[in-house]
Design a protein around this ligand. Structure first.
Ligand code: CU
Length: 481
């Protein structure tokens, strides 16, 4: 799509129109954002606010409905503007929400010399836009672009204005490919599982949450973990917070891509759940005229039958060298090794933070495991009580290694991600990983020598020097369950 393709031009015009409407109008930009989450600066309430479910099996159908109704509001706004400006034919009749295909450009050995699909699309980072469809000179303020020059250090400053993480508009890539690669999600074969299983069954579409719409809980399916959470954190600023993310116009193109990946996953022969508690759950949305509707999950999926994506396979991932294990539940029956009792440690946003586990070396841990003589033992690595006040503008990669172990997220020591979407200011959370197979593989390959066992936590995109309060964590442990 060209930088100012008419689809993007009209999207920008419609977003600008929605932004002019009073926040009490369901078709306004603020109201639509509040359906996802409410920034603390918004004091009005509504039954339809703060509905977004994350970490449960309504994640995909709810967001599909959210997009579908939003698209109708955008079309109605385009129709309104086109009528006022006597533009024919009416551009709203052929308008559809585009998707941001961030994983389309696969990784290359050399750093990209031009912008790739991993950077924000041009129309979203240019402060100015054309004054008419097809125009080439950029003269008018562009509602699709959010500032990236703020460094809020308090909640009040953070919520003062919609923004992205520092310098994000000029970044060559929002995130490295490994954080965007949907391969693992697309390889899953079941949509949802219950969390009673240990280790947690990996799924495409998150945990069975029965009839509950959890606003935010960690029960991510693979798609929600990567690329969903990582892209939220990678764009950062308001996109990195549930309460503000839908106020960044890129939000809707991010979720359109996730919705497309869902269609692609089904197209491979996978199945949605057939439970009535999933199919019959009703959501609250508003049509193009602001009329409230309460479609069920099933109705939302039926509506989408009129749609086809341009491609169901582009940007759907390539096989990574290492498939990191799925996030495991906190279990910790027996601690095998842990970081020495430290005070809370800051998580460096510019470089690696490394901690040593004691007793040193994995030998002791493996021996005591063997002594237990249990076939079903799992090794769980946990970073305890990860906390952030302000989202750091990057997710983090976690590595389990020894001295000299490399910090390549495509390498053998990569364990998984820490992301802060839904976590900022919300109290600490534990990030856990099942490292059983990985430790066995490293030992088999002679890649885990005796000596200190270390855990490194590295920002996906090292951040510029900043005054933003750093995230922190309490300790790291290796346990067996
Ligand atoms: Cu999202």
């Amino acid at each position: 799509m060209a930088e100012w393709d008419p689809v993007l031009y009209w999207y920008a015009r419609a977003v600008g129109r929605m932004q002019q409407r009073p926040a009490t109008d369901p078709t306004s930009w603020v109201f639509q954002g509040c359906i996802h989450g409410i920034p603390p600066t918004v004091t009005q309430t509504h039954e339809a606010f703060s509905q977004c479910p994350h970490g449960g099996w309504f994640f995909l159908p709810w967001h599909r409905g959210y997009l579908w109704y939003f698209e109708r509001i955008i079309r109605a706004a385009i129709k309104e503007i086109a009528a006022e400006e006597h533009i024919t034919p009416d551009p709203s009749t052929t308008w559809a929400l585009p998707y941001w295909d961030y994983a389309l450009d696969a990784p290359s050995a050399t750093p990209p010399s031009t912008f790739t699909t991993r950077a924000l699309p041009a129309a979203f980072r240019s402060p100015k836009m054309p004054d008419r469809p097809g125009g080439t000179t950029l003269t008018v303020d562009n509602p699709l672009c959010l500032r990236d020059d703020l460094e809020p250090t308090t909640e009040a400053e953070f919520w003062a204005a919609p923004h992205r993480a520092k310098d994000k508009n000029t970044a060559r890539q929002v995130l490295p490919y490994v954080d965007l690669n949907p391969f693992r999600a697309m390889s899953e074969t079941i949509f949802a599982a219950t969390k009673s299983r240990t280790p947690v069954q990996p799924t495409f579409g998150s945990e069975v949450s029965y009839t509950v719409m959890p606003h935010f809980q960690p029960g991510f399916g693979e798609l929600e973990n990567v690329p969903h959470n990582q892209v939220h954190g990678g764009v950062g600023g308001w996109m990195g917070r549930v309460e503000g993310s839908a106020r960044d116009p890129i939000f809707w193109l991010h979720h359109a891509n996730l919705d497309r990946l869902w269609s692609g996953w089904l197209d491979k022969g996978n199945q949605n759940p057939d439970h009535t508690s999933w199919l019959d759950h009703a959501f609250i949305f508003f049509d193009g005229n602001g009329q409230e509707e309460r479609p069920t999950s099933k109705a939302v999926m039926d509506d989408a039958r009129d749609y086809a994506y341009e491609s169901l396979t582009d940007g759907s991932g390539t096989r990574p060298v290492i498939l990191p294990p799925v996030q495991a539940p906190r279990a910790g029956e027996r601690v095998l090794a842990a970081s020495v009792a430290n005070p809370r440690q800051p998580l460096d946003v510019r470089a690696a933070t490394t901690v040593s586990l004691e007793p040193s070396g994995v030998e002791g841990a493996m021996r005591s495991l063997a002594a237990r003589d249990e076939p079903q033992t799992n090794l769980i690595l946990t970073v305890h009580d990860v906390y952030t006040e302000i989202p750091p503008g990057t997710p983090f990669h976690v590595f389990l290694n020894g001295p000299g172990g490399d910090l390549d997220p495509e390498g053998p020591y990569f364990v998984g991600w820490i992301s802060f979407f839904g976590m900022a200011g919300a109290g600490g959370h534990d990030a856990s990983y099942d490292v059983t197979e990985q430790v066995q593989r490293l030992k088999d390959q002679g890649l885990m020598p005796d000596g200190p066992l270390t855990v490194s936590i590295v920002p996906s995109i090292p951040q510029p020097a900043t005054n933003i309060p750093q995230p922190s964590f309490e300790s790291v442990s290796l346990t067996s369950i």
